[in-house]
Design a protein around this ligand. Structure first.
Ligand SMILES: [Zn+2]
Length: 181
């Protein structure tokens, strides 16, 4: 029964002017990164794929995001400031201020908020699963408890974990509490 389907819309997707101007100024490399990140957002926010899988799935999918599809995704996803891993999306009209973020290596012990993981760490499946298992995703709170030979002991939003150096050097956090003397 085709009359149960919503009426097709003839409206050509258009990008809000501030985003359109920012996107027009991007290099080809930045544009590729932007479209990869929008595909990640689509897989994460709309399709509901687990956070630790969206980077690989976005690459495997190979979605060719045209300017028209980009414009539609800007509206659908509300011009996201970052990819699901917290990295700023080139061309967003609402860039996130991450100037106060430091690596988990540099942060004092105490309460933090996860800000982002680097693009390099997005390629590391075991590291992504470790972070996801402990609830260490952008926007979540955590506590850095102690540093030892095995790594950094962290109480995450969903579990405790020990993060090895290859993870703590590529995990950026915002310090929420001053170090205790
Ligand atoms: Zn990402």
């Amino acid at each position: 029964m085709t009359d149960l389907l919503p009426a097709p819309t003839a409206t050509e997707p258009t990008m809000p002017a501030p985003t359109a101007a920012a996107v027009a100024a991007l290099s080809d490399g930045e544009l590729d990164l932007r479209r990869h990140m929008l595909a990640e957002r689509l897989l994460s926010d709309v399709i509901g794929l687990p956070w630790e899988l969206v980077h690989d799935e976005a690459e495997a999918w190979g979605l060719e995001v045209s300017h028209r599809l980009d414009a539609r995704l800007v509206v659908l996803l509300d011009d996201p400031a970052t990819c699901p891993h917290g990295n700023p999306i080139p061309g967003t009209a609402r860039p996130a201020d991450q100037s106060d973020a430091v690596t988990a290596d540099e942060a004092p012990l105490g309460r933090v908020e996860v800000v982002r993981i680097t693009e390099e760490l997005e390629e590391d499946g075991p590291a992504l699963r470790l972070l996801a298992g402990a609830g260490l995703r952008p926007g979540r709170r955590a506590e850095l408890v102690s540093r030892g030979d095995d790594g950094l002991v962290v109480v995450g939003a969903t579990a405790d974990t020990v993060l090895p150096a290859r993870v703590t050097s590529d995990l950026y956090v915002r310090v929420l509490s001053a170090p205790t003397a």
